[in-house]
Design a protein around this ligand. Structure first.
Ligand SMILES: [Zn+2]
Length: 198
C-alpha cells in the first residue's frame, strides 16, 4: 500500500490531536487543505504560531484576554457576584444566556484524585482572596454534572462556607455528564435562574 508523502502524514498526525477527530477525518481535512490557496495556509499557520502570544489568561480571573485585563474584569459588571467555572470556554456559554452579569473565576479543572488532580491544581487560593478583597456576596458554582463536578462543588462549599458568602450551584436537571459548552442556552438559563444553595 502506497504511503502518503511524509509531510502530509505529519499534518494528519497533528490534526488527529483535535478532540473527536479520528484518522479518517484528519485525512479528509489534510487533503482539503491541499486545495486551499497558499495565502489561506500561511494565514492559518500564522494564527496558530501567534495564538499563545496574542491570547493569554487574565491574571485576575483566568478568562481569556487580548489586552492587559480581560473584557469581563475591565467591564461594568456586578462585582459582588462571582461565577466559578472550570475552563475559560464556559464563560462564553454563560454569557450567551445573558442572565449573569457578574465576574468569573476559572478554576482550571475539576477535582479527580484518581487522575492526580488534587485541590492544589485548582486556583482556589486566588478565589478565596478575590472573595475576601472584593466584597463578593454570591458565588455561583457552574460546574458540569459529573462525579468530578459534584466532588469539586462540594469541596468548594466546604472551603468557602467560612467566608460568609452565599454559595449556589446551577440547578439540577442539567444533562448528566455534559460539558457546559454543549448545553443549549435555554437549559443553561433555567439552570442559572433556578440555582440552588449549596
Ligand atoms: Zn479577568
Amino acid at each position: 500500500m502506497a504511503k502518503y508523502p511524509s509531510h502530509l502524514s505529519h499534518l494528519i498526525a497533528f490534526l488527529k490531536k483535535f478532540p473527536g477527530v479520528g484518522a479518517r477525518t484528519a485525512e479528509r481535512f489534510a487533503f482539503h487543505m491541499l486545495e486551499w490557496p497558499e495565502d489561506h495556509l500561511k494565514h492559518l499557520a500564522d494564527l496558530a504560531a501567534t495564538l499563545k502570544e496574542k491570547v493569554k489568561h487574565c491574571d485576575i480571573c483566568g478568562c481569556l484576554k487580548e489586552k492587559e485585563q480581560c473584557a469581563f474584569c475591565e467591564g461594568a459588571r456586578d462585582r459582588a457576584a462571582l461565577c466559578v467555572i472550570s475552563s475559560p470556554k464556559d464563560a462564553y456559554a454563560i454569557e450567551e444566556t445573558r442572565f449573569f452579569h457578574g465576574l468569573y473565576h476559572v478554576l482550571g479543572g475539576l477535582l479527580s484524585p484518581l487522575d492526580g488532580r488534587t485541590p492544589d491544581h485548582l486556583s482556589l487560593q486566588r478565589l478565596k482572596d478575590r472573595i475576601a478583597s472584593n466584597q463578593v456576596t454570591e458565588v455561583i458554582v457552574a460546574l458540569e454534572s459529573t462525579i468530578e463536578g459534584d466532588a469539586t462543588a462540594l469541596y468548594l462549599k466546604e472551603q468557602l462556607s467560612k467566608l460568609g458568602v452565599k454559595i449556589s450551584r446551577l440547578a439540577l436537571g442539567l444533562p448528566m455528564g455534559s460539558p457546559l459548552e454543549y448545553i443549549d442556552g435555554g437549559t443553561l438559563s433555567r439552570a442559572l435562574s433556578g440555582r440552588q444553595l449549596l
